[in-house]
Design a protein around this ligand. Structure first.
Ligand code: SAH
Ligand code: SF4
Length: 374
């Protein structure tokens, strides 16, 4: 089987080239061709020696995920369903805005963490995505958006994808190594050259992995909080039983020592009558008292048999006001791409449904949260 070079970050690509007696700058050239210019044909990498091109074509490949569908919403939000083989598919959503373009990417097929209000969690875990499958989402989006630059044209001009959020399917910090390699490529000037302030990992709070992320590739961090006390969070975000709030808050403080932004973003899905009272808002303020933070209040997006309801607009406003009155920035996320169900994780691809073991794989459409813009 050929080696897929999209699986390698810069360091591993250089090592792979070195193992073949090739110089490091050759690896850099190929890295640029693949990621900056979106080239998947070694034959077209014109400044690479012909003999090397032939050797690469024999041994290696540049294989991104294969698109199954491409849908554009009325507001310009665009969603791709990408085949990742073995009957699995993941989704990637592009959200264009006046001053930025955000790509919402997945890191796993399904998720094992079973948060009560999340349809990806309900569907169970199938498998981790590889580095090529994660970074391949960005690779594919750039190609489709016409953002790949021509060699020699230079670096000026806006990148179409200026921001990345790992808020699609899966828990990025459970799939740590592949996610980190993909993050490194996103930041690498020879690949996507994104600013670390514009790349956000969203986590449900895998404490040891938050520390490792801080040490290896400290990008912007969003923490899915959803409850101000352990009792409630144990129910909503079961991983809290392993990493309770006190540990999570300590990990947030440590993260801030290396973070590219001087605050942590806390995500908070507002669930009617569950976590949306004035008392919950005040308890939240006490919880994050010594952590510079911003809140993203997310209106819950219902799915069949979720057992939860979205908080009323009045409740959302009131919750926001309580936080703002204490000078904590709190935004309510806008919903985008409604008409194409463009929620991160909404079209969950093909996952093994735990309740239907033995049933052959099928495409699972799960109406879930609408796509949110941070
Ligand atoms: N696993 C990571 C990242 C993917 S989920 C995490 O949990 O942070 C991205 C965000 O969507 C999380 O904040 C998650 O709590 C939220 N989310 C999950 N289900 C939702 C729903 N039904 N409605 C609104 N937001 C939801
Ligand atoms: Fe997994 Fe995040 Fe969904 Fe929880 S909210 S089940 S961690 S994808």
């Amino acid at each position: 089987m050929r080696v897929n070079l999209l699986d390698f970050d810069a360091e591993r690509l250089a090592a792979w080239f070195a193992g073949r007696g090739e110089k490091a700058f050759r690896a850099r050239q190929v890295l640029r061709w693949m990621h900056r210019f979106g080239e998947d044909d070694f034959g077209k990498m014109t400044d690479v020696a012909k003999s090397l091109r032939a050797a690469l074509a024999a041994e290696a490949e540049v294989r991104g995920p294969v698109p199954i569908s491409d849908t554009v919403a009325a507001d310009g939000t665009r969603k791709w369903l990408l085949d990742v083989g073995g009957g699995n598919a993941v989704e990637t959503v592009f959200i264009p805005e006046a001053n930025r373009g955000t790509l919402c990417m997945s890191t796993q097929v399904g998720c094992a963490l079973e948060c009560a209000f999340c349809s990806t969690g309900r569907q169970g875990f199938n498998r981790n995505l590889s580095t090529s499958e994660i970074v391949g989402q960005l690779w594919h989006a750039n190609r489709m958006l016409g953002a790949v630059r021509q060699p020699g044209v230079g670096n000026s001009g806006e990148r179409v994808v200026s921001n990345v959020v790992l808020m699609g399917m899966g828990e990025p910090l459970v799939n740590f190594d592949s996610t980190v390699a993909a993050l490194k490529l996103m930041l690498d000037d020879n690949a996507y050259g994104l600013s670390r302030r514009r790349v956000t990992v969203s986590t449900s709070g895998i404490v040891p992995a938050m520390d490792r992320l801080r040490e290896t590739v400290p990008v912007a961090l969003a923490v899915s909080l959803h409850a101000p006390d352990d009792n409630l969070r144990d129910r909503l975000v079961p991983i809290n039983r392993k990493y309770p709030l006190q540990d999570l808050m300590a990990a947030c403080r440590r993260y801030l020592e290396n973070a590219p932004r001087d605050f942590i973003t806390f995500e908070y899905v507002l669930l009617d009558g569950v976590n949306d009272s004035d008392a919950h808002a005040r308890a939240l303020l006490a919880l994050v008292r010594d952590i510079p933070s911003k809140f993203n209040l997310i209106p819950f997006n219902a799915f069949p048999n979720s057992g939860f309801r979205r908080s009323t607009p009045g409740r959302v406003r009131r919750f926001q006001e309580i936080l703002m009155a204490a000078e904590v920035v709190a935004t309510v996320r806008k919903t985008r791409g409604d008409d194409i169900d463009a929620a991160c994780g909404q079209l969950a691809g093909q996952v093994r449904d735990k309740s239907r073991r033995g049933v052959s794989p099928r495409l699972t459409f799960s109406p879930k949260r609408s796509l949110e813009v941070i």
